[in-house]
Structures are given as structure tokens and as C-alpha cells.
Design a protein around this ligand. Structure first.
Ligand code: 13P
Length: 344
């Protein structure tokens, strides 16, 4: 069983491609639709997900796509199931299985991610629907005294129990402990918080006997908060992110797939590119593939262009394809600003 899981994990992260997160819950998807005036219905969500999956040549940049509970059961308007459409395009279907963040008792401003109840049954059903990997996102905020030890402990424990259940059901877990970019903190603070969180997450994973070679870590990059007055260069982000990972992530982990966390597409690509360029230097010693698992940084421009109108599908798909190709180039240290110019 572990050998098969290792093969799937490698297919996802060691093929020189990244992941497309298109697993927004219905409420998050509706909120993004509302921002651009798109009707918030199951039909429009289906049309949007069809647009994403059928983007021409997406499979050249994307190894797997993370679906939501609604999407994994849906088909394109012509009746072809999304899971088959992905497989036909060389992309592995995955599923988001957490049930979102809930206020953490006695800890104002902090959350715990829920969804462990009957998770084994749900994972077995998702496997029959075609999912070969899964995702669970924990969220840690930086603030006055935050993240608390309590928030780190409960979220690390839940991530580890989720990962163990996934592997027991033949599914590769993506373990996502996101330290949020929101706030007015320095990159050093983000690095320290991310380091503490990752240490706790790996301690919990080891305690639950999760096979680390058959899992993927989905971390944040080490970035100053969104309200911090100055912005670090991509090289500084790369240095701080790699040192944080080198101190905390065991070498045997199958791969690291960064979330975008609210960065623009070009920023996320530029920084992933810098991380991979630095990685290729002898001194970096990073042993894992360093790829992306972006949602907003790939989807955002296409969603803005689409506006829910069939007449805009081709232009929206061109924007999605462009962001996917830029992110893909960043895995290989081949991204540069000129690629953005080509698109416009
Ligand atoms: P972003 O890339 O928009 O941060 O989303 C990644 C993700 O899947 C969050 O769980």
C-alpha cells in the first residue's frame, strides 16, 4: 500500500508540474463570484469548474487538481464527469476533506479545523469516486500572543489524524498548515511562527506513524504580513522560506507544494522561481521537489475575465493557462517578468 501511495505522491510533485487547488467550499466560491457579479448557484459553479478543467493544455503544467465535495460528484454540462475529464487530460483528481475552520474555544481570534468525524467512511467513498489524494487545511493567525500553543497543538493533532486516515484508505494526504499573511508582522515573525508550527505538525505526524514519504506538505512561504510597510525581495523570501523548511521538514517527505495565500499570481510565481533557483545552488541542500498548489494565484484573473458569460470562456481559459504556465516555469527556475509581458 505504501509503495502505491509513494508512487502517487511522486506523480503529483516530482513530475516537474504543480497542483491546481479548485476546492473552494460553496460558500467561498460564492463569495468570489459575488465580488465579480456572477450568480451564486450550483449551475454557475459547475460552469466555472468546467471552464477550469477544460482549459487547453492545462495538463502540461498541472499534475493534479483538488476538487470539493460538490465538484467531485459533478459532470460538465455535456455529461462527462469532472473526474474523467481530469484523467483524460493527465491530471490526478484529489479532494478537500476538511470541514472548514471553527472558533477555537477559549482562544479568541483562533480556529481549529473540523472534519474528523466519520472521515474514514468519507475517504473510502471519495476513493470510489476516483480521488487519489486529499487536502486538509489548518489556519494559524499571527497576532498579539498568536498563534497560541493551544491552536498549534489541536491543529497539528487534527492534521496528523487526517493524514493517518488518508493513508489507511489508500489516499495520499496533503498536509496544509497555513500561517496567514494577514496582519502587520515582519517576515522574521512569520518565519518563527511557521517554524514552530511545522515542528509541531511533524512531531504529530510521526506520533501517528504517518509514512512521510507518502505525503505532501503544503506550507505558506515566509512573508511579511500584508500590512507590513516594506516588501522583501524574492531572493529574501526564498532564503527565509528555505531555511525554515530545512530546519523543520524531514528529507523523506515526498514534496512541498506551496499555497499562494493571497499573493498575486506574478508575485507567487516570482517567489517560487527564486526558491527553485536558490535550491539548485549546492549550498541550499533542499532535498524535496518545490512546487505549487495554488488556488487564487492561478484562478483569479480568469475568474475576473469570465464574469459568468459563455462569450468570455476562451479569454478566461487563456488567462488560467497563462498563470499555470508561469507557475510551472517557476518550478524550473525559468520564470521571468517577460512572461507576463507576452500575455498582455
Ligand atoms: P491559495 O493558493 O489561494 O492560498 O489557496 C490554496 C489552498 O488550497 C487553500 O487551502
Amino acid at each position: 500500500m505504501t509503495a502505491e501511495l509513494v508512487d502517487t505522491a511522486r506523480l503529483l510533485v516530482a513530475s516537474g508540474k504543480g497542483l491546481l487547488a479548485m476546492d473552494e467550499s460553496n460558500s467561498t466560491c460564492d463569495r468570489r463570484f459575488a465580488e465579480v457579479g456572477i450568480p451564486q448557484t450550483a449551475e454557475f459553479r459547475q460552469r466555472y469548474r468546467t471552464l477550469l478543467i477544460t482549459t487547453p493544455e492545462l495538463g502540461e503544467a498541472i499534475s493534479g487538481a483538488i476538487l470539493s465535495d460538490e465538484t467531485i460528484r459533478q459532470s460538465a454540462p455535456d455529461g462527462r464527469p469532472f473526474v474523467s475529464l481530469l484523467a483524460d487530460r493527465g491530471m490526478v483528481p484529489g479532494i478537500k476533506v476538511d470541514r472548514g475552520t471553527h472558533a477555537l474555544a477559549l482562544h479568541p481570534g483562533e480556529t481549529v479545523t473540523e472534519g474528523l468525524d466519520v472521515l474514514g467512511d468519507r475517504l473510502r467513498e471519495y476513493a470510489t469516486l476516483g480521488a487519489r489524494f486529499a487536502k486538509w487545511r489548518a489556519v494559524l493567525a499571527i497576532g498579539d500572543g498568536l498563534p497560541s500553543l493551544a491552536a498549534i497543538a489541536v491543529n497539528a493533532h487534527a492534521l496528523a489524524r487526517y493524514a493517518a486516515l488518508c493513508q489507511a484508505c489508500g489516499i495520499v494526504p496533503i498536509v496544509e498548515p497555513e500561517v496567514l499573511m494577514t496582519g502587520n508582522h515582519s517576515s522574521a515573525r512569520s518565519g518563527a511562527a511557521t517554524e514552530t508550527v511545522l515542528r509541531a505538525v511533524f512531531a504529530a505526524l510521526v506520533e501517528q506513524e504517518v509514512a512521510l514519504e507518502a505525503m505532501i506538505l503544503k506550507p505558506n512561504m515566509v512573508l511579511a504580513g500584508s500590512d507590513w510597510p516594506s516588501e522583501a525581495t524574492a531572493e529574501m523570501v526564498a532564503t527565509e522560506t528555505l531555511s525554515c523548511l530545512l530546519r523543520t521538514v524531514p528529507a523523506v517527505v515526498a514534496g512541498v507544494a506551496f499555497l499562494s495565500g493571497g499573493q498575486s499570481g506574478p508575485r507567487a510565481a516570482e517567489r517560487l522561481d527564486a526558491i527553485n533557483r536558490r535550491r539548485s545552488l549546492h549550498s541550499s541542500r533542499a532535498p524535496w521537489p518545490l512546487v505549487f498548489s495554488f488556488a487564487r494565484a492561478i484562478q483569479h484573473p480568469g475568474l475576473q475575465i469570465w464574469q459568468g458569460d459563455d462569450a468570455n470562456v476562451a479569454a478566461a481559459q487563456a488567462a488560467v493557462r497563462h498563470r499555470a504556465l508561469c507557475s510551472h516555469a517557476a518550478i524550473h527556475g525559468r520564470y521571468d517578468d517577460a512572461m507576463e509581458g507576452e500575455a498582455s
